[in-house]
Design a protein around this ligand. Sequence first.
Ligand code: FAD
Ligand code: MG
Length: 268
Amino acid sequence: MVQIYMDFNNSSSHEMGNVIDNRMVNHSIAPNLIIKPKKDFAQISREVYELANSDNPISKYVTRSLEVIEKSINLYGIDGLGISFNGGKDCVVLLYLFTAVIYKHFRKSEKKPKIQAVYIRTPNSFVEVEEFVNECILRYELDIIIIEGPMKQALQKYHECRPNVKAILIGTRRIDPHGKNLSEFIPTDPDWPPFMRIHPILDWNYPLVWKFLLTLNVPYCILYDKGYTSIGSIDNTCPNPDLRNPAQSCGYDPAWKLVDENRERCGR
Ligand code: FAD
Ligand code: MG
């Protein structure tokens, strides 16, 4: 088992306006936080590729997503590629797949490159989400930049901070607002900062996301166990009314029990 921890004394910090790097964020929240991942990167990679090669009904989706991520690394290189990560279930799937591909791709290298990530923090985010993002920074050893929103301006700052990053993996799916007309590889719109947007899980649906997370026992934000099916800010998000169940201590069933996937955003 690998133990991941932050060594703040050996870290350099990066600050630019209201852009902050992972070490500063972690230090302010939990200076002594040590996350022991249930699995090391080798195991994550092995399990993901085993799932892709299995006769599990989700394997063809996993295979396609892995192909898209592998193609992205070939096109942009690991230095030219980032992931947009906000702690939501979709980008957790994406991050897990990305970790699996990177480990496989660089397994013979002496040092596994760190995943470059960007998190745009919006006002009034859930404490649970912030804590989960921090856990992921440690668990997956992310080289993350956290920028205060709004999104377009934050991405412009990210572009200035990390000019090497030309393409960004995004966990958007077809059912999301604006997801319908996207493709796996599509440049940002002309009035957005210039990146190639890459959507490896575009064709996944809601049950698939949960099947993947539960099958591989992937850690996810605790709010999903309390009836939240799609998470925005504290002001606009509540548990999904479809999951109301007074028999549960929190009053709601977990997110994976949602039957009608069209009702995913009903708590927002
Ligand atoms: P979710 O379903 O929560 O998010 C979908 C995915 O977006 C997440 O899985 C994650 O990968 C990413 N994401 C969402 N919120 C955050 C956050 N706070 N921090 C980091 N990542 C996040 N819109 C346009 O109209 N034109 C564009 O050209 C365009 N380019 C974009 C480029 C990038 C890199 C990103 C991240 C977004 C871009 N957007 C663009 C906005 C995008 O279309 C969605 O509006 C936005 O991602 C929020 O998605 P959602 O509401 O579906 O939330
Ligand atoms: Mg989503």
